[in-house]
Design a protein around this ligand. Structure first.
Ligand SMILES: NC(=O)c1ccc[n+]([C@@H]2O[C@H](COP(=O)([O-])OP(=O)(O)OC[C@H]3O[C@@H](n4cnc5c(N)ncnc54)[C@H](O)[C@@H]3O)[C@@H](O)[C@H]2O)c1
Length: 360
């Protein structure tokens, strides 16, 4: 068993974060100590880890479990109301907590319910996907989707504890490996030793078998915590470094009708953004080859942007919610491990992207 722990202060909350391998006893003990009345568990997680979850459940006879159908379809007003009603039925009060086991979709819904039920109750986060461990469970964002806007309704609300058990990453590999793109992003924006570590594995399966995995997850969480603690509610712009690969990545996801998975879109997004920065600002593209090699290594498709997607991609960026007063912040990786934000006009950005799309 491996374990790393750190505590951090964020406005109005103390959050303990534990990362390790085979550490579900820490989850059980956190639940026991926190007046947790309800566990929300994602269906995909439960189906993959039924025996282990039954063990956890057995040691917590007084805690109710709500199974939810995970996936993006979970993040709706209907699911929100359903879960709030279950919380009510379980008689959760201001002193209670709610816990979740699941990926980013389960975390986003449960976090939103925890933050709004009785104006906020305790939240315990047990992320079970790689993306949820290194990204969505950290930083306090939660939310649900509207028919015309992903994550359109939500709050900032930090869990009291996050426990990331990398044992859960050994199943559902086809989806789990998508989280690699976020890890690569942390390598480019802050710590190139993460990229060096990733390069030493033959594929995702080898990574899940390695004792280095908790260290890598821990490093990524540390980077996200460091960045969000400077801008906890996305007011000062400090969080923007985390967007590297995501402006174009989100646009690719949107232009594809969310058929292209997030990690695939972000991996390609990092390459395209670096090439556009090079065109607009004359910077050196130090990202494309390295990201391309890592994508091949972890079997993440390097998609080509088909003609029928090109206009949709430009439109998605034009109407991106990060565009403020005609300006957009782009991330420029100077060398792996070092990145800076540069504000440019959105017209200039669209012009460079249009040129890229015509040439590729
Ligand atoms: N709040 C934030 O800061 C933030 C940041 C990034 C992404 N997100 C959100 O996260 C969501 C995506 O999260 P995700 O990628 O975890 O998707 P997800 O929650 O849909 O889970 C992906 C799949 O993995 C399965 N699964 C979960 N745990 C498993 C396990 N241990 N073993 C096997 N299968 C398992 C699920 O059943 C599901 O099919 C999106 O809605 C996105 O908007 C939020």
């Amino acid at each position: 068993m491996l374990e790393h722990t750190f505590s951090c202060s964020v406005p109005a909350a103390e959050c303990r974060i534990v990362v390790g391998h085979d550490i579900h006893r820490i989850m059980v003990s956190a639940i026991e100590k926190s007046k947790t009345g309800l566990i929300v568990a994602g269906s995909g997680f439960l189906d993959s880890w039924e025996n282990l979850f039954r063990e956890i459940e057995k040691s917590l006879p007084n805690v109710k479990v709500a199974r939810v159908n995970d996936g993006e379809g979970l993040k709706t007003f209907d699911s929100y109301i359903d879960l709030i009603k279950v919380m009510r039925t379980c008689r959760l009060d201001r002193g209670s907590s709610i816990a979740y086991f699941g990926g980013g979709t389960v975390g986003d819904l449960t976090g939103f319910c925890a933050s709004t039920y009785m104006r906020g109750i305790g939240l315990l986060a047990f992320p079970t996907t790689l993306l949820a461990m290194v990204d969505s469970s950290i930083g306090g964002k939660n939310g649900i989707d509207l028919s015309d806007g992903k994550n359109a309704v939500g709050t900032f609300y930090n869990p009291n504890i996050v426990v990331a058990d990398t044992v859960f990453l050994e199943k559902g590999m086809e989806h789990q490996k998508q989280g690699i793109a976020e890890i690569v992003k942390y390598g480019f924006i802050h710590d190139d030793s993460i990229i060096d570590s990733l390069q030493s594995f033959s594929d995702y399966k080898a990574l899940t078998k390695s004792p280095l995995l908790p260290d890598i997850v821990f490093k990524c969480i540390g980077i996200k915590m460091e960045i969000v603690s400077k801008d906890p509610q996305e007011m000062s712009g400090g969080r923007e470094l985390l967007n590297f690969g995501h402006t174009v990545g989100h646009a690719i996801e949107r232009a594809s009708g969310y058929v292209i998975p997030h990690g695939t879109a972000v991996m390609r997004g990092m390459q395209i953004e670096s090439q556009i920065a090079s065109e607009m600002l004359g910077t050196k593209d130090v990202v494309s080859d390295l990201a391309g090699d890592l994508a091949k290594q972890f079997n993440i498709e390097l998609i080509s942007i088909e003609d029928d997607m090109k206009q949709k991609l430009l439109d998605a960026i034009k109407y991106d919610k990060k565009v403020r007063s005609g300006k957009i912040t782009v991330q420029v990786v100077e060398h792996p491990g070092s990145c800076r934000n540069v504000v440019v006009s959105v017209d200039k950005y669209l012009e460079a992207l249009d040129k890229w799309l015509k040439e590729n």
